[in-house]
Design a protein around this ligand. Structure first.
Ligand SMILES: Nc1ncnc2c1ncn2[C@@H]1O[C@H](COP(=O)(O)OP(=O)(O)OP(=O)(O)O)[C@@H](O)[C@H]1O
Ligand SMILES: [Mg+2]
Length: 583
């Protein structure tokens, strides 16, 4: 696979050294029996005084000794090379894949299970390592052993070499012929396993919901359904492997019968010595054992190829959102946002925004209102270019956002998301995420502005407290305030608040409002709120309905218009919008 080649080419020296050192194996496999043959021949033909046998044995014993020392040195050097090679290879694959996965679009992450993605990364790391080391340290040396053994046997009698090579060819032929079948079933199995792991991670990740609805049994049933499919795929794979093993046994049996017959005839004719018999038998048995192992390992080798190919889908799928070649950085001087004739769809047939022209002036504060699902977050996501639009253009200060680098675009925008998710790191790290290199003072100032400092100091380890996976150890409002602190620290030119204070009580919200307003001064701001009262001080309100912007104006203009906004305003109970179904 060219993919593996890329990683090997980065550490050619280690790989080549491993390959060369592994050749010690075939040499060892053939020469040790040859030394035994020499020793037996000495014993069988020795005529002198038995006390002096060492003199006659000197040659084979020296040869054996040198061989032994050389092989020990080779294997220990191999360990040393592997010590440098394997962990680095695995780390390289892991980092490259993780880096690539980060480049995938929002759409990719919303259609692929995180558990399945991480499972593929770990499969690939293990798989490539296994394929490389098995090839270099096992398959190639085994083949070399077969050729070397046949070569030496040919020098004794060509018949033995023919029998041996015939069997080797039949053995490997069967392995290769059935490898495709093994590949198909193993690919299917690894796909099922990956899917199963994704489902398990999804279930476990939702443990709170599972517990709240007392649905452990149902959840286990849900996993069990996937488990059943996985078991079926696994059994199918084991069956094909067992069939291949059985087929390999047939030529093995034929070969050994033919070889013993040929050996006995040659010995009867006096063309082979006792030492030759010992040599041929021991190398053949060695080789049988070796090729048998090749046969046994081959399906799992192929299975690993299947696993890797499946994992390769992570990188086979090109990045959906890429920076244009030669794209420059977005330069924001004023912060004007223009939606020009934009239309967008998450899936075919949906038409959001339907070609409207919207201009949000520099420094303007615009509120977005509308029923749940009317497209407000989508509007914000498009400004961030989390998705590419179908037609039209979105421009910031006259620059089309699809023509500038994504990093430079997002660096200029602070988003407080609807559902802030935190890293399983300390509170300090989570806030500091807003700006690389922020000082402790800046972090604390941001935390104070977002009214988090109090609860942070009251927590067990202060700023060093770990927030739990996705921030589960914090309350919803605390999580939201950390997200606000992060955004304050980022201090970007354009601010997008997607229900930024929705989880806060009205006292805390009012307190934070001052900080938010200080942050908004002179910045272009888009605020999404279900609590319409929070939008009263906005310069303008955009009203969303079923994915379209249906009204645009100030609060009083829209009220006077008597349209959707006026209806929403009237319907508002206690400052909140009801769901569309209730409206
Ligand atoms: N990743 C997605 N893939 C497919 N459809 C999506 C995706 N995100 C949102 N949608 C759909 O697009 C429409 C607009 O969703 P959006 O999140 O913009 O609504 P919203 O106005 O922000 O709602 P809320 O007030 O509940 O946050 C909805 O019908 C929603 O189901
Ligand atoms: Mg939303």
């Amino acid at each position: 696979m060219p993919f593996i080649g890329v990683f090997l080419s980065r550490r050619k020296a280690g790989f080549c050294l491993l390959a060369v050192l592994a050749l010690m194996w075939p040499v060892e496999q053939v020469l040790f029996p040859y030394v035994v043959k020499m020793i037996i021949d000495v014993f069988a033909t020795y005529q002198g005084d038995r006390a002096d046998i060492y003199a006659a044995l000197a040659r084979p014993l020296w040869l054996g000794g040198i061989l032994w020392v050389t092989s020990v040195v080779c294997w220990r050097v191999t360990d040393g090379v592997d010590y440098l090679f394997s962990p680095a290879l695995q780390a390289d694959i892991r980092e490259t894949l993780t880096g690539y996965v980060f480049g995938h679009s929002h759409r990719y992450f919303s259609t692929h299970l995180t558990g399945s993605i991480t499972n593929k990364i770990s499969d690939m790391v293990q798989g490539v390592h296994m394929l490389v080391t098995q090839s270099v340290r096992f398959y190639i040396p085994s083949l070399m052993t077969a050729l070397l053994t046949a070569g030496i046997m040919a020098s004794i009698s060509p018949t033995f070499a023919v029998i041996l090579l015939g069997w080797t060819a039949a053995h490997l032929g069967i392995c290769v012929y059935y490898s495709r079948a093994c590949d198909a079933v193993s690919h299917r199995h690894s796909e099922m396993r990956s899917e199963l792991m994704g489902r398990i991670v999804d279930s476990v990740g939702n443990f709170i919901t599972v517990r709240l609805f007392a649905r452990k049994r149902a959840e286990m049933g849900y996993i069990h359904d996937f488990q059943t499919q996985e078991i079926r795929a696994h059994k199918r794979m084991l069956f094909v492997i067992a069939k291949v093993k059985f087929l390999l046994e047939i030529p093995c049996f034929v070969m050994i019968v033919l070889l013993i017959r040929a050996l006995v005839s040659a010995w009867q004719a006096g063309s082979v010595s006792s030492g030759d018999v010992a040599f041929i038998l021991s190398t053949t048995i060695n080789l049988m054992y070796l090729l048998w192992r090749v046969g046994m390992e081959f399906p799992s080798f192929y299975r690993e190829i299947g696993v890797c190919q499946q994992a390769l889908e992570l990188v086979k799928e090109p990045h959906e959102l890429v920076d244009r070649v030669g794209a420059g950085a977005l330069a924001v001087a004023r912060g004007e946002i223009v939606f020009d004739d934009v239309s967008f769809e998450y899936h075919a047939g949906q038409n959001l925004f339907s070609g409207k022209h919207i201009r949000i002036g520099a420094g303007e504060k615009v509120g977005l209102v509308g029923f749940s699902g009317s497209g407000k977050s989508t509007f914000v996501n498009l400004i961030l270019r989390l998705y590419d639009i179908e037609s039209g253009s979105i421009r910031i200060d006259g620059q089309d956002i699809s023509q500038v680098t994504q990093d430079s675009l997002r660096a200029q925008i602070s988003l407080i998301p609807q559902e802030p998710v935190l890293f399983h790191r300390s509170l300090r790290d989570n806030i500091a995420y807003g700006r690389e290199g922020a000082t402790e003072e800046e972090i604390i100032a941001a935390a104070k502005a977002a009214h988090c400092h109090g609860f942070i100091m009251a927590s067990e380890h202060g700023y060093d407290s770990i927030v739990g996976e996705r921030g589960v150890k914090l309350s919803g409002g605390q999580r939201q305030r950390i997200a606000i602190a992060r955004a304050i620290l980022k201090n970007a030119r354009i601010l997008l608040f997607d229900e930024a204070t929705s989880s806060l009580d009205s006292v805390t919200e009012a307190a934070i409002q001052d900080s938010l307003e200080a942050m908004m001064a002179g910045r272009t701001t888009v605020v999404i709120a279900h609590r319409l009262s929070t939008l009263l001080h906005m310069d303008r309100v955009l009203v969303f309905r079923d994915g379209a912007i249906v009204e645009d104006g100030t609060h009083s203009q829209l009220l006077a218009l008597g349209g959707h906004y006026a209806q929403l305003w009237r319907m508002q109970v206690g400052g909140f919008l009801p769901d569309q179904g209730e409206g």
